[in-house]
Ligand binder design. Structure first.
Ligand code: NAG
Ligand code: NAG
Ligand code: NAG
Ligand code: NAG
Length: 432
């Protein structure tokens, strides 16, 4: 570094330190949780980027040597993806970015440029012997939190799965000595280190209560045991009262109950959509973990060919156990909307045609299959896989993350895959 460079670096650090100190005294008076859970992109012409972190599987094989190393690797993948997709990345900035951004966030009502979605199987509870799986969950969200980027999460089938006792632990060497994963944790006595399971609700409670940047929610009580059913709105930069997109999150089950989106969840979605988007004029983007059965129908055979876009098609779709109406509802909702367009407005056929050709539900994004990363159209909806982000879980395909980018003016939604090494591929335009 040149002398001027050093000087600039030093003064900018100093500025940030002083600024953080001043601001942190002010922030005490501010509410700890911002009102509402809206996402406000920075500027109308600036894209709003969402990184999907799928199938991290933290805590897998925790009693082996390689298990914890996988988690170190997964942290590196997330950091790499975020640093490639995020313009600001100064070494000094990182130390203070957390306080700094969290504060800006509270004061300005959350203007953000990036967002992360944890798309399920954040942890492999099947292998976690310690009592509190949130300690692993916390490790998985830390690269995002450290950068001051807000996030939301949905559950996958491994997140609250029951502990699986390895049979070899009952042979001569016995049960291995358990290492608690986090230094300085309260994990001292044997009690804390014996598996009792951490339920979805408890994991979610820990995430929400400990993290201002978390936008996750439990979802309505009536839908339990499925947790993480909620909707976030991406607000217009120019008119903060209007939404440019709705992001729906659903729990596709698995672990402590069957792998399914229930009829009750579909009905919740129907009512919610009717309430907040009655004329379906605002595009909807949907996130859950396990692919619906219809993914099997659209899956490309032998490689990936148009209109599908992607780079990995290395295994069979492993879908939900049953279809309880969610996909039918998505299809019907669209036609219901067209009918109401005719009925209410009673406009010309030409107008009606235009309405019909507008895609309202743009895409569904799922994880679960580590060897698939394609997007295929199905009727007027894109069915997309994310990309295996973690070193945990089966498969050795190179790791990466799917990025979804929303641009407001003119409205467009694009997606691509950012690999651990920074390469980008499989770009696809999802908006009509
Ligand atoms: C961690 O990542 C490196 C580099 O990709 C790889 O060679 C190594 O096998 C990984 N280790 C584990 C335990 O996944
Ligand atoms: C589990 O860990 C979280 C920190 O990640 C902590 O806040 C919570 O109190 C712990 N719960 C129990 C029951 O120890
Ligand atoms: C706790 O954290 C501090 C600071 O990170 C470290 O110096 C110390 O060694 C840690 N204690 C244990 C028991 O790991
Ligand atoms: C809609 O238009 C048709 C003719 O195009 C008319 O017969 C009908 O009464 C109209 N309905 C309403 C609700 O205005």
């Amino acid at each position: 570094m040149t002398e001027t460079g050093q000087f600039l670096f030093f003064t900018s650090c100093l500025y940030i330190i002083i600024y953080s100190l001043i601001i942190s005294t002010v922030v005490v008076a501010l509410p700890t949780k911002p009102e509402g859970y809206d996402l406000r992109p920075g500027a109308a012409d600036a894209p709003f980027k969402i990184a999907l972190f799928a199938d991290l599987h933290f805590g897998e094989a925790e009693s082996t040597e390689w298990g914890p190393l996988q988690d170190v690797n997964s942290t590196r993948v997330m950091s790499s993806v975020l640093d490639h997709e995020t313009p600001v990345s100064k070494p000094c900035f990182h130390h203070f970015i957390n306080v700094h951004i969290a504060i800006i966030y509270l004061m300005n009502g959350m203007y953000i440029a990036e967002f992360v979605i944890y798309l399920g199987d954040v942890i492999t509870a099947n292998n976690i012997l310690i009592r509190n799986a949130s300690l692993y969950w916390d490790q998985a969200i830390s690269p995002t939190r450290a950068r001051g980027i807000p996030w939301a999460s949905v559950f996958g089938n491994h997140d609250d799965a029951a502990f699986e006792w390895p049979i070899e632990w009952f042979s001569a060497p016995g049960i291995p000595k358990i290492h608690c994963p986090v230094a300085n944790s309260s994990c001292s006595g044997k009690e804390d280190c014996s598996f009792q399971g951490t339920q979805r609700l408890e994991i979610m409670k820990n995430e929400i209560e400990l993290n201002t940047l978390s936008h996750s929610r439990y979802g309505p009580k009536g839908l339990w045991p499925s947790v993480s059913n909620y909707v976030l709105q991406v607000l217009s930069s120019e008119d903060p009262k209007s939404a440019v997109a709705f992001l729906y999150f659903l729990d596709s089950g698995g672990g402590s109950y069957p792998e399914v989106i229930s009829g009750a969840q579909a009905e919740w979605f129907r009512q919610k959509a009717l309430e907040i988007n009655p004329d379906s004029s605002v595009p909807e983007i949907i996130f859950w973990h396990i692919p619906s059965r219809v993914y099997e129908k659209v899956a490309p055979k032998f490689g990936i060919h148009k209109p599908c876009v992607g780079s990995l098609n290395e295994e069979q779709v492993a879908p939900q156990e049953a279809e309880m109406g969610m996909m039918k509802l998505l299809a019907e909702r669209k036609s219901a909307k067209c009918i109401s367009g005719v009925g209410v407005r009673n406009v010309s056929l030409k107008y009606n045609k235009r309405l019909q050709s507008t895609h309202h539900q743009l895409a569904i994004f799922v994880g679960h299959n580590h060897g698939l990363d394609w997007c295929c159209p199905h009727k007027e909806l894109w069915l997309c896989f994310a990309r295996h982000t973690g070193y945990g879980g089966y498969g050795n395909w190179d790791r990466g993350a799917r990025i979804v980018e929303i641009t407001q003016k003119p409205f467009s939604v694009k997606s691509w895959i950012r690999m651990e090494d920074g390469n980008v591929h499989s770009e696809v335009v999802l908006s009509p």
